[in-house]
Design a protein around this ligand. Structure first.
Ligand code: SF4
Ligand code: SF4
Length: 278
């Protein structure tokens, strides 16, 4: 079984897909969005040791050159995360699918399914396949929350046990996408086509930051790629908020409700019928 770095497991969440779900956040991302709300999930800890003496509870130590976290002593003050120079966290548990499933099972009376997020969950396709296989055997639905830069078409066995992908479209022009994320969005567009064609596009999300996201181009481009499936695809238009954000984006303002409504109106005009503005 594949072990993956787990940042946290939220037993019951109502904001990570339909109904109540257990949300599993994996550590490490392959892009670095300027507006990332969980920047401490972007990288793996390299055991530099900077955070160890800063922990007020003595919950961190270095053993054989590797940082160890003691959850029994930790009070979740997040000092370690604030002082980490590489957008990482020492509070990681390496877990395989049965270990994660053991935690999920405690919530089964109260949840409809599970959602695996990140970081970027698509970096761990073997783990996803193993976990989803176990979860579906318990009657749970299984969703991925993805930045879309890993091609899901390359993992047919995973797709057999994945109920859907909540896909971020962070920008449409490759240049705007690169400026925002330091990555490439060719795979995002391929995923839009692939996931919609096999009925696994759970929803599409655009986080709008004034002047940094080409939302109009994204809305029109998505509709063009989805064609007749546009009307049945849920579109989330999310207003940028700066909580948790680091760097220059932390100083940016949220767009006005009127601007978000303009985007929603455009989406409706190109065929979206299920539009949610958040
Ligand atoms: S959150 Fe980090 S710094 Fe705070 S007690 Fe836990 S390990 Fe220590
Ligand atoms: S969490 Fe960050 S500061 Fe702490 S040891 Fe790892 S890389 Fe260094």
């Amino acid at each position: 079984m594949t072990k993956v770095p787990v940042n946290q497991i939220i037993p019951i969440s109502t904001v990570d897909g339909p109904g109540s779900r257990t949300s599993i956040f994996l550590q490490k991302c392959n892009i670095a969005c300027g507006y990332c709300h969980n920047p401490e999930t972007q990288n793996l800890c390299n055991s530099c040791g900077v955070c160890v003496p800063q922990c007020p509870e003595g919950a961190l130590s270095i053993v054989n050159g590797v940082v160890e976290w003691n959850p029994e002593k930790c009070v979740n003050c997040n000092t370690c995360i604030r002082v980490c120079p590489r957008n990482a966290s020492p509070k990681i548990r390496w877990m395989d699918a049965p270990a994660v499933m053991k935690e999920v099972e405690k919530n089964i009376p109260f949840i409809r399914g599970i959602t695996v997020s990140g970081g970027e969950c698509g970096l761990y396709p073997d783990f996803l396949q193993e976990l989803f296989t176990l979860a579906r055997a318990k009657g749970l639905t299984c969703l991925c929350d993805s930045n879309g830069t890993v091609r899901f078409s390359q993992y047919p066995e995973l797709m057999k046990v994945c109920d859907g992908v909540m896909l971020d479209v962070k920008a449409w022009s490759p240049d705007v996408f690169r400026a925002l994320t330091r990555g490439d969005n060719a795979a995002v567009k391929e995923n839009l086509v692939f996931l919609s064609s096999c009925g696994k596009l759970e929803e599409v999300r655009i986080v709008y930051v004034e002047g940094h996201v080409d939302a109009e181009a994204a809305i029109c481009g998505i509709a063009e790629l989805l064609g007749p499936l546009t009307g049945s695809t849920r579109l989330l238009l999310i207003s940028f908020r700066n909580n948790g954000v680091r760097g220059s984006f932390a100083t940016f303002s949220s767009p006005t409700p009127e601007r978000m409504q303009e985007l929603a109106n455009l989406a409706a005009s190109v065929g979206f019928q299920n539009i949610i503005v958040k």
